[in-house]
Design a protein around this ligand. Structure first.
Ligand code: DAT
Ligand code: MG
Length: 175
């Protein structure tokens, strides 16, 4: 079986429902390793990019708002992003995540157990899980920089930046 990597997101509804622990426990059944993890406030640009293949769908606008957590607001308007790696990782993790439509998903899968369809027709399905290798590469590169991943799986190169603006801690400020 090939070693694969994929992007998992705990979406804002998963965070609001305090499901992070339950979701990570369920995912751990697949015995994959986490090679990257972070909390992200999702910009509109990132949301649109992430779902670019669905841009012609009638639910696209709602989907972009949902992944940004706009309907929930502070402090739930964020996602947890992970890269998992292991043998046959994509199909094994998809199985645990469950089908796209939470009402059709296996009831013991994450989406089957915790997802819902809102009255507006949005599938609030708690997690994102890459569905194939070409997609997972695009998604991982979209969400993570090389130095945020402990075990690199794609080629990298060094570039020298002339003027890069960066926010750093300022210990001089009296608070
Ligand atoms: P998946 O997330 O299982 O890979 P997808 O990539 O086809 O499914 O769609 C991305 C998200 O879009 C999905 O998690 C929920 C939403 N979605 C898909 N089909 C939908 C539909 N018919 N109605 C409402 N939301 C939908
Ligand atoms: Mg998908």
């Amino acid at each position: 079986m090939p070693v694969e990597q994929l992007l998992i997101l705990i979406k804002p509804d998963g965070i609001k429902k305090s499901l992070t622990g339950n979701i990570l426990t369920k995912l751990s059944e697949a015995r994959m390793v986490i090679v990257a993890a972070k909390v992200v406030k999702v910009s509109e640009e990132l949301a649109r990019n992430h779902y670019c293949q669905l841009s012609s769908k009638p639910f696209f606008k709602e989907l972009v708002d949902y992944i940004q957590g706009k309907i929930y607001g502070e402090p739930w308007d964020r996602v947890l992003a992970f890269v998992y790696q292991g043998e046959d990782a994509i199909s094994r993790m998809r199985k645990i995540a469950g089908a796209t439509n939470p009402e059709e998903a296996d009831p013991v899968s994450i989406r089957g157990a915790y997802g819902r369809i809102t009255t507006k027709g949005v599938y609030e399905n708690v997690v994102h899980c890459s569905s194939e290798a070409s997609e997972s590469e695009r998604e991982i590169k979209l969400w993570f920089k090389p130095d945020e991943i402990v075990k690199l799986m794609y080629p990298t190169k060094k570039i020298f930046l002339e003027k890069e603006e960066r926010v750093v801690w300022d210990d001089r400020v009296v608070r």
